[in-house]
Design a protein around this ligand. Structure first.
Ligand code: PLP
Length: 427
């Protein structure tokens, strides 16, 4: 029996299918074999999916605008192999801390194509960014501006100047979870419109900083295009600049019923509004995170217990330590038994994690195909903010990352060991 990808929900990585053995296959690799070889929980990345989405994004912008860069918002999946892959695909990179800057450099990004964000940058992070020679520092507050001026005076030599952007909160709130909405007027991020005018005026005579443009990022997992257009219209009132960074935030499909805007439609909406409101001659930066990496990855778990209580609780060997999103945002995922994805999924249950919190439920109200101890469970769409939000709650070592391509699997992040858990303990 050979069954094509059409039988799997479109949320699985491109090229996923049910193989001749009737099992889930990701990047040409049998998921049950992967679970045996690498253990569970494990993040399984279909490398070709990630490359294909990066290319779609680049192509969509290139078809509409001449002077641009697509920045990987690396908080979504900050491991060396992902940085390297997206650098190979020609993307630039957004970092939001000294640690992400370190990883981006390690992953091979040209420092001039790394763009430094953060609402609470420390002096040492600012120094690291200036010393590395990042492309832009995105200024988030007047306090930061004052500190940056002082540190730039000390660090930049030979008349070198640092290009900066101002992060603006355009007063546009996308329809998303409040924790990932950032464009509203009262936000911890960026400058409101009036404060932005003040920052622009202050930067006019800054001896070491060149204000080249504006940035906004209004939120994450946005499924409507109008807020992006509205944000561009709002920042147009702040003057004319050579560079605009319009952030990320395009939503992805987590469930089979989800139909987010296509990358090309999103890019068309943004670019056409930029052309109409700001002009076609601008340097345009786009900063997607989730859109590039979310659907590339499937997490595999092994069922430890099946408890038939008022509900059926299927408990696996991971949970909120490898996927915090259900607990942080109430995010909904799909799941299936990777050993038999086509078997009727008619056992209603909750897919529970192993952590000592009742809220540690990976998928509530899911139906699985007669799950039993030892089955491998797959939850798709874990490539964004899964690895990056991972933690060691209950002393659980963090999961490895496996890249799969054309049937070959390679470890790009190894599983943490118990020794790793104590590696920083000095007392
Ligand atoms: N840019 C900035 C400044 C962000 O804060 C974020 C996410 O928090 C992103 C880009 C990427 O967002 P997303 O992953 O939703 O595309």
């Amino acid at each position: 029996m050979s069954v094509t990808a059409a039988t799997l929900s479109h949320v699985y990585p491109l090229g996923s299918r049910v193989n001749e053995r009737g099992r889930l296959e990701i990047g040409g690799c049998d998921a049950v074999e992967l679970a045996r070889e690498f253990g569970t929980p494990v993040y399984v990345v279909a490398e070709d999916d990630m490359r294909a989405r990066a290319r779609s994004f680049m192509d969509a912008v290139a078809a509409r605008h001449a002077d641009f860069d697509v920045l990987f918002a690396s908080k979504a999946f900050p491991c060396t192999a992902v940085y390297r892959l997206l650098a190979e695909e020609g993307l630039a990179c957004d970092v939001a801390s000294g640690g992400e800057l370190f990883l981006a450099l390690r992953g091979g990004f040209d420092p001039a194509r790394i763009y430094f964000h953060g609402n609470a940058k420390s002096d040492s992070e600012i120094r690291e960014a200036l010393t590395a020679g990042v492309g832009h520092i995105v200024i988030d507050s007047l306090d930061e501006l004052a500190r940056l001026e002082g540190i730039a005076a000390a660090v930049l030599d030979g008349g070198r100047r640092q290009e900066v952007l101002i992060r603006v909160t355009p007063g546009v709130a996308g329809n998303t979870h409040h924790a990932i909405s950032t464009g509203q007027t009262d936000s911890k991020f960026g400058f409101g419109i009036d404060a932005a005018r003040e920052a622009i005026a202050r930067l006019r005579d800054a001896p070491h900083l060149d204000l080249v443009g504006l940035h906004f990022h209004i939120g994450s997992q946005l499924l409507e295009l109008e807020p992006f257009r509205a944000a561009v219209r709002t920042i147009a009132s702040l003057g004319d600049f050579p560079v605009y960074n319009v952030g990320g935030g395009l939503g992805v499909a987590y469930g089979s019923a989800d139909q987010p805007p296509a990358i090309a439609d999103y890019v068309e909406a943004v670019v056409s509004t930029v052309h109409a409101e700001l002009g076609a001659d601008k340097r345009l930066l786009l900063e997607p995170g989730r859109t590039l990496v979310a659907n590339s990855t499937v997490t595999l778990y092994t069922v430890q217990t099946v408890k038939r209580n008022v509900s059926t609780w299927v408990a696996v060997d991971g949970g909120m330590s490898d996927n915090l999103r259900p607990m942080l945002y109430g995010s909904k995922y799909e799941a299936l038994v990777a050993d038999r994805p086509l078997a009727p999924a008619n056992d209603p249950c909750h897919l529970a994690g192993k952590h000592c919190e009742s809220g540690d439920v990976i998928v509530r109200d899911v139906s699985l195909a007669d799950p039993v101890t030892g089955d491998v469970i797959a939850t798709p769409v874990t490539g964004a903010y899964g690895y990056s939000l991972a933690n060691n709650y209950n002393g659980v070592p963090r999961a490895p990352v496996i890249f799969c391509r054309e049937g070959e699997a390679r470890v790009v992040v190894r599983r943490e060991s118990y020794e790793d858990l104590a590696a920083r303990d000095v007392g």
